[in-house]
Design a protein around this ligand. Structure first.
Ligand SMILES: NC(=O)c1ccc[n+]([C@@H]2O[C@H](COP(=O)([O-])OP(=O)(O)OC[C@H]3O[C@@H](n4cnc5c(N)ncnc54)[C@H](OP(=O)(O)O)[C@@H]3O)[C@@H](O)[C@H]2O)c1
Length: 345
């Protein structure tokens, strides 16, 4: 399944550029998903989701396509659907890719969980991207909210039924879940007519999600891992406890495989059959993050990285803890107070 090839193309100027051939994973509905996705959430500030300036994100996505990225992760709440879609359309117009070569994942936001709202949200997404369909439409959270962000009791099963309609209407090729716990996934599996093909959850060395990943695998659901770098990078502008880039376990593996600690962690996800979703806007790190398909970690090396597990989440919306469908254990948030109410994803 993990076909790896590395094609070197000599550009006419003499400079060398690399296109990396990303392996594909077969989904429950026989469609295929590229084994790494570029994250496009740019964070938040006082004004909400940070938006791209001067088409920065569009240009990053275009560079990513040139490097071999074929999977992009966005969401209605990220405010990045338009530039991701524009980049894809421009690369199609340039003849670099065809629409069917790219896999676009996006997500339904919590304020659009009522049956009639789902189609409205889906059409807004298609309008923003300028595409006829998306490849994967995820329910971002099991949590429904009213427009004013007060809690709504809309059941995620109602939302799921509406998402199934979106497949039947051809607006999305596949549907899936994000931030659902095991019981909630099981509930959807029991009631659905179209199975979720993917589950997007937080996975990094500090939250290895052994149980949920093994359950999803048993059900044939592909796990996509968000915030893959965990504590290796600053979160909310802060250094948080946990392994860093100079951790001896990671640096010794990096030395052994002639890779960076960041690449070791991404490969750790790939070797666990999890699709990593690293976000970067740096051209150098774009290449670094996708250049992970020419080596493989040994079982005992995967286990060594597993030992960092402390079940620490960075996406922990404690302000939704009283919601009837809150998916996580009730634990204190590791992020200091001033940031809590700001986290929208
Ligand atoms: N479903 C959900 O609820 C949910 C929640 C959170 C995130 N997500 C998805 O997952 C994506 C990634 O999550 P994330 O942004 O939280 O975390 P992340 O990808 O683990 O970390 C991003 C940070 O790492 C830096 N970085 C990237 N590559 C690096 C490298 N090779 N070496 C050193 N630093 C590097 C980036 O900076 P530069 O940009 O400067 O390189 C950025 O500061 C999001 O963009 C989004 O698509 C989904």
């Amino acid at each position: 399944m993990f076909r790896v090839s590395f094609i070197l193309l000599l550009a006419c100027c003499g400079a060398m550029s690399a296109t990396i051939d990303v392996p594909m994973l077969k989904m429950l509905n026989d469609r295929e998903m590229p084994a790494i996705a570029l994250g496009t959430y740019l964070g938040f500030d006082k004004g909400g989701a940070v938006t791209s300036k001067d088409k920065q994100l569009r240009n990053v996505v275009m560079q990513a396509i040139d490097l071999g990225y074929r999977h992009f992760d966005t969401a209605a709440i990220y405010n990045t659907e338009a530039e991701v879609g524009e980049a894809i359309r421009m690369k199609i117009d340039e003849g670099v890719i065809k629409r069917e070569d790219v896999f676009l994942t996006t997500k339904l936001w919590n304020t659009h969980h009522k049956r009639e709202q789902v189609a409205v949200a889906m059409k807004e997404t298609l309008n923003k991207t300028g595409l006829d369909y998306v490849d994967l439409f995820l329910m971002h959270w099991p949590i429904a909210l009213n427009e004013d962000y007060s809690h709504s009791n809309t059941d995620y099963l109602e939302t799921w039924r509406a998402m199934e309609e979106m497949v039947k209407l051809g607006y999305t090729k596949s549907i899936g879940l994000s931030n659902f716990n095991k019981l909630q996934v099981a509930t959807v599996l029991q009631e659905c007519t179209i199975k979720p093909v993917a589950l997007q959850i937080e996975v990094h060395p500090q939250i290895i999600q052994e149980d949920l990943i093994s359950y999803a695998k048993d059900e044939g659901i592909i796990v996509m891992g968000y915030s893959p770098f965990g504590s290796l990078v600053k979160r909310f502008g802060m250094d948080l406890p946990g392994p860093k880039m100079d951790d001896p376990v990671l640096t010794s593996l990096a030395k052994k495989y002639d890779k960076t600690p960041a690449q070791i962690v991404l490969r750790w996800l790939v070797d666990r059959k999890v699709v990593p979703i690293p976000k970067t806007v740096s051209p150098k790190r774009l290449l670094e993050n996708i250049n992970i398909f020419d080596f493989k970690l040994k079982e005992e090396e995967i286990e060594k990285i597993n030992q960092f597990n402390s079940n620490t989440r960075y996406t922990l919306p404690s302000f939704w803890q009283k919601h009837p469908f809150y998916p996580f254990d009730m634990v204190p948030n590791p992020i200091p107070d001033p940031f809590r109410s700001e986290i929208k994803s």
